[in-house]
Every structure is written in structure tokens, then in C-alpha cells.
Design a protein around this ligand. Structure first.
Ligand code: BG6
Length: 467
């Protein structure tokens, strides 16, 4: 066990240690107690083959039934904070209208249980799970869905805001744009850049409007957004490679980061949208709302870098428009890999993000809201005592935390580190393929929970506030 006195890497007093998860990925009980369908329930119904091993969202990790056991385990492994999300279609089965009292009861119980164990609940309102009734109206393409979202958000603030003091409007809002409207990995599986832009724009507007409502309620908490700020590194310093990286960054990072923190859109992106005739429909007064309602707190998700180079070949002008008209991806020779997930590991990326926020985004208060290592086939690392010996995950976290620590030394306003994720969970079309948890889930034994070696290690880091 580590000792606080001998820590080499000490973190500031009150550092947030914990993990993140989302409703659809953990709760299960997908058609229980009045929950309405969301896009995942529906998509699985019509195309179960799109999900790894055909496993859908109905049952997931049964947090709905096992939340007491799970929260005890969180305490046991040293959590002082935990990010969950609320399922919109559990709260409002049709996306709007009457609130579902059983959902209110469930979330009240979870929030109270967390507080009972001294774990601060961080609550996210939207983690990829659009209610199906609203998707039938076009989802985020339709402006009416923005209004439905804002009234759902207001209901949550009013019901839970006396105890929840950290709110997040969206998790990785670029992902539903990419998955649903560009690259075919979320329902409705369209490839349509015009819709993608409108979806992104409406999401940003919904975030600003929810922030406005939150501020008007004077609830004495903070509200933010969670963004996957994957840095874009150019292959070389050749101006064409550098420009490719700047544009990739504008499409995938600054598209949400700039409006969320600065209240404005990146000029490079606006220029491309104008030139290519893809500007979204913007109503009078919208930009004012976005300008005046920026976030208090920023969650940063980081898994891997994005490496880009100038385009090698002319794009097919008749193919659907995608951001990749402006850059190509490239594989860096000698990169370090997580062979169990096929993602590059580049620990310094986390520091580069924090430095960028410090220097170019007013050093906004932030925290690492997701970072983690997915492992396919992790059962093979279970030892004779039933413990997953995930030394690779310990090393992964350890190496990233060193860079977070360095950023703190250099003045970064980063307040905590949450791992993705608490327990192995269902991950969209990847289902249970890649395991990320500090706690393992045995799907063959009714979701039996076992603390992994990394869970014990994480506990010592949290209790010693460093390592
Ligand atoms: C994150 C998402 O980006 O990636 C999570 O916020 C997701 O919801 C996680 O589960 C891991 O993804 P995958 O595809 O490796 O299971």
C-alpha cells in the first residue's frame, strides 16, 4: 500500500477521484417501470446483427437493480465522485409530456445513496440516447427536440438540483453527429453532412439553452459539458500537413469546444461551411444565447490521439461530403499501441489538451472526465482466485496521471480524474467486447461483480491522493 508521505506524485487537496458511466450502458431494465424506447432499443429491435455478438441494450449491467451494491463498491475502491447519466426516455417515455414517477424515484434513490457514501454525483443529461419518439420527429435535426431537451433538463434541475451540484449538458456531442449522420455507427445511420451540421448546431444550442435555464434557477452548482478533445497532430511541419491538422481540429474539437467555452464558432469551420454551402439554419437570437451561456466547468475525455496529414488524392466530388475532404489520417511509425483495442496510446496527449485549455481557453476549470483502456477478451487475464490481473490498465492510468500532474505543476486548472469506467459495461455496437472497468462483470453469472487488480490500485491512489 502506498503512503501519502512518500508520494512522488501528489495531487491537490480535494482532487476528484472516481469514474464515469452512462445510463443506457449500465442500467438495463430497458422496458421496465415505464421507460420509453430510445434509439438503441429500437435499432437493436430492427438490426440486432449490428451489435457485437448480437447483445443489445435491454439488460446491460443491471445497475437499475444492483445500484446499492455498486455504490458500495465505488466507496470500497476509493471514489469521492462518480459521473452517471440520466436516461431521458426513462424520465420522459415519449421524450416530453408527463414525467415518469418511477424514474424520479430511481434517480432520487441513486443520488441519495451516492451522497450517503460521500460520493459526489456528477450528472450528465445526454449520453447518446435519444428517445425514439423524438427521433421519429427527426431527433436533433428538428428544432422542436431542442425545446423538449431544455424542458427535460429543467425538470431534472428542479427535481435533483438540491443535491446534484455538478451538471453536464452532453457527453461527447460530436459522437452522435459522427455516428448518426456521417459514419454509420449510431441510429439513424444516415450519411448526410447537411443534417450532421444541423444536428451539431442544435446540440450546441440545446446546451446553451439548458445552461441559461440552470443559471435562472440559482441553484448554487456548476454546469458544464463533456467533450472528447482528441488532439490532432500533423505528420510534419510542412504547411500542408499543419493545415490539415488545424482543419481536423476545427471539425472535431473546436466545433464544440469554442462555442461551449468562448460562445463562438471557429472561423475556419464557418468558412468551410459557407464555401461548401452547408451553413445550418440559425434563428434570430440563437447566437446571442450561445454567446451568453458558456460552461462553468469542462469535462475532458481522452483516449487516443488523431494523427493527420495533407490529402494524398483528390476526393471524389460525387461522393458524400465528409470532413475527410480536407485531410487524411496517417499511422505514425513506432506508435505505442493498446493491442487489445487497436488504439494508439499517447500519454502526453492528455497534457497537450490541458496546456491548450490553459493557454487558449482562459484556463477554464476542468477535469479528466474519461480516460481508460479497453481490452477485448479480458477474461484470459483472470487468475486462479478470480481476479483480473490488469497490470496493463494500471500502467495506462499511471502514465496518464503523471502527465496530468505535470500539467497541474504548470498551472493547469484540472480538478480531477475519472476513469472510463467503473464496471465493465455495454458499449453501443461494441456491446461487451471491450472491457474498461475497475470492476469486472461476469455475464455468465448474472453480472457478478469482482474488483480487478486496477480497482485495488486505484483505491490506494485515491486514498493517498497520489502515488
Ligand atoms: C467513449 C464513450 O468515448 O468510449 C463511451 O463516451 C464508450 O460511452 C467508450 O463506452 C468506449 O468505447 P468502445 O467502443 O471502446 O467500447
Amino acid at each position: 500500500m502506498l503512503n501519502a508521505e512518500t508520494n512522488q506524485y501528489r495531487f491537490p487537496e480535494g482532487f476528484w477521484w472516481g469514474s464515469a458511466a452512462s445510463a443506457t450502458q449500465t442500467e438495463g431494465a430497458a422496458d421496465v417501470d415505464g421507460k420509453g424506447k430510445n434509439i438503441w432499443d429500437y435499432w437493436y429491435e430492427i438490426e440486432p446483427n449490428r451489435f457485437f455478438n448480437g447483445v443489445g441494450p435491454q439488460k446491460t449491467s443491471q445497475f437499475y437493480y444492483k445500484y446499492k451494491e455498486d455504490i458500495q463498491l465505488m466507496k470500497e475502491i476509493g471514489h469521492n465522485s462518480f459521473r452517471m447519466s440520466i436516461s431521458w426516455s426513462r424520465m420522459f417515455p415519449n421524450g416530453k409530456g408527463e414525467v415518469n414517477p418511477k424514474a424520479v424515484l430511481f434517480y432520487n434513490q441513486v443520488i441519495n445513496e451516492l451522497i450517503k457514501y460521500g460520493i459526489e454525483p456528477f450528472v450528465c443529461l445526454f449520453h447518446f440516447d435519444m428517445p425514439m419518439e423524438l427521433q421519429k420527429m427527426g431527433g436533433w435535426v428538428n428544432r422542436e427536440v431542442v425545446d423538449a431537451y431544455v424542458s427535460y433538463a429543467k425538470t431534472c434541475f428542479e427535481l435533483f438540483g438540491d443535491r446534484v451540484k455538478k451538471w453536464f449538458t452532453h457527453n461527447e456531442p460530436i459522437v452522435p453527429v459522427e455516428g448518426g449522420y456521417l459514419y454509420d455507427f449510431h441510429y439513424p445511420n444516415e450519411v448526410d453532412f447537411a443534417k450532421a451540421v444541423q444536428v451539431g448546431y442544435h446540440t450546441i444550442l440545446s446546451s446553451a439553452k439548458a445552461i441559461k435555464v440552470y443559471k435562472e434557477l440559482h441553484q448554487d452548482g456548476k454546469i458544464g459539458i463533456i467533450l472528447n478533445l482528441t488532439p490532432s497532430y500533423p505528420r510534419s511541419q510542412h504547411p500542408a500537413d499543419v493545415k490539415a491538422a488545424i482543419l481536423a481540429d476545427a471539425f472535431f474539437n473546436r466545433s464544440f469546444l469554442d462555442p461551449s467555452v468562448k460562445g463562438e464558432f471557429p472561423a475556419e469551420l464557418v468558412q468551410i461551411l459557407k464555401e461548401e454551402a452547408f451553413m445550418p439554419v440559425i434563428n434570430e437570437g440563437d447566437l446571442e444565447i450561445i454567446k451568453n451561456n458558456t460552461v462553468d466547468l469542462l469535462g475532458v475525455n481522452y483516449y487516443q490521439p488523431r494523427r493527420v496529414k495533407a490529402k494524398e488524392n483528390l476526393p471524389n466530388p460525387k461522393a458524400p461530403f465528409l470532413p475527410e475532404r480536407y485531410f487524411d489520417y496517417y499511422i505514425m511509425t513506432g506508435r505505442k499501441m493498446n493491442p487489445h483495442r487497436g488504439w494508439e496510446i499517447y500519454e502526453k496527449g492528455i497534457y497537450d489538451i490541458l496546456k491548450n485549455l490553459r493557454d487558449n481557453y482562459g484556463n477554464i476549470e476542468c477535469f479528466i472526465s474519461e480516460n481508460g483502456m479497453g481490452v477485448e477478451g479480458e477474461e484470459k487475464f483472470r487468475d486462479e482466485n478470480g481476479i483480473i490481473q490488469d497490470d496493463y490498465r494500471i500502467e495506462f492510468i499511471h502514465e496518464h496521471l503523471k502527465w496530468v500532474h505535470k500539467a497541474i505543476q504548470e498551472g493547469s486548472n484540472v480538478k480531477g480524474y475519472h476513469l472510463w469506467t467503473f464496471m465493465d459495461n455495454w458499449s453501443w455496437t461494441n456491446s461487451y467486447k471491450n472491457r474498461y472497468g475497475l470492476i469486472s462483470i461476469n455475464l455468465n453469472k448474472d453480472g457478478e461483480r469482482t474488483i480487478k487488480k486496477s480497482g485495488q490500485w486505484f483505491k490506494s491512489v485515491s486514498l493517498n491522493n497520489g502515488f
